[in-house]
Design a protein around this ligand. Sequence first.
Ligand SMILES: Nc1ncnc2c1ncn2[C@@H]1O[C@H](COP(=O)(O)OP(=O)(O)OP(=O)(O)O)[C@@H](O)[C@H]1O
Ligand SMILES: [Mg+2]
Length: 364
Amino acid sequence: MVETPIANVVTLATGCNYISIVKRKLEDLGSRQPDTLPPPTASELEEALGEKISKCDLWRKNWRNRIYFVQLASGESAVAKQVVRGDDAMVQYQYNQLRALAALGIPGLHLPRALALIIPKRTILMEFVHGQTLRELARHGSADDLVAVSELSGQILAQIHLAWTQEIAPMPVEVLARDLAAAPWHLSPREKAILKASLEILAQAKVSMGQVCYDYQSKNLLYNKSELTLIDPPDALWQGIHLWDYSRFRSGLRRMLWRIYLRQPLRRHRHARLRETFTAFKRGYIECFNKQHPEPAHFAVATRLLELQHTGMSMAMNQGKLNLARRLKSARPLLVATKSSLTTFPLLELEKRWLIQQLARELP
Ligand SMILES: Nc1ncnc2c1ncn2[C@@H]1O[C@H](COP(=O)(O)OP(=O)(O)OP(=O)(O)O)[C@@H](O)[C@H]1O
Ligand SMILES: [Mg+2]
């Protein structure tokens, strides 16, 4: 651990306001002119890679990014990720992080090899990695594999956090309280009281802080032959409580399992095995720390509170996307995003209520 100057401590704590940050980012996007960024051309790709390509096909697309599958003349496959809604700095940062995270040398963690960068097209070229995302594995793969890879995901995340620990500090409950108050939800008086009680208890907790991955979750992790690939490293210097990454992974896992329970309600035995992913992930994470922060008495409540912050952030994101789609009626990816926002908003409301109930049970 390194000594941290006071000014930096303030930045770390204030960096925990993810709900407010998402709201501000989406408002910023809405105030800008719609971006019509053309795809990278074959000659731009060839010049950046320094070799010929035999094909480049649009493979995936969402409201933020376009992902192209590129075949090189040498036979190697690559991915070109074009950031349509974002800026040059985000692209440069994510490209650098591919190398920075690989340089940590964490056993079992792989990063796609960074191949080239085309800043005017906001495009990152990287190695194509074979494998299934953990989300795909949960849907179509073996539950045993998912349990094993969840434990590995916990071990790897803990090692990233150990490398990135800047300080062990009191949980910044005031910042969190302000951020939770900015979420676009309505809380009943009972829910407000539970939240207040949790924050009072967590004021005594100490947490590990520093750089966070921000989006360490099942859809951004590929599994292949006992190795985990983080395909979507941070696109900016996100800092805050390390437990944020832990909670975000849990939230992603829970949402994914809820969907599976709804789609395949009769496969009870498989569901029970899939639920073991939570304990496996926790076991992996905790065993890599010689000293746990927060300490066991506060771990469950702190995790749950940050899961709730994640729900608030998802609500803010969905609401922001809806506003943006209303403003830019012609943007098709945004209309798709809007449709999914409409269906997920009631689910997020349920999730919020459920998390607050769990929080009430976990309070000492
Ligand atoms: N290097 C890679 N090798 C193989 N597949 C990749 C690679 N990079 C991206 N993909 C595929 O493209 C999908 C989207 O990539 P990425 O997560 O970087 O974009 P995104 O806009 O954050 O999408 P999402 O919201 O689904 O996470 C991944 O789920 C994965 O299937
Ligand atoms: Mg992603």
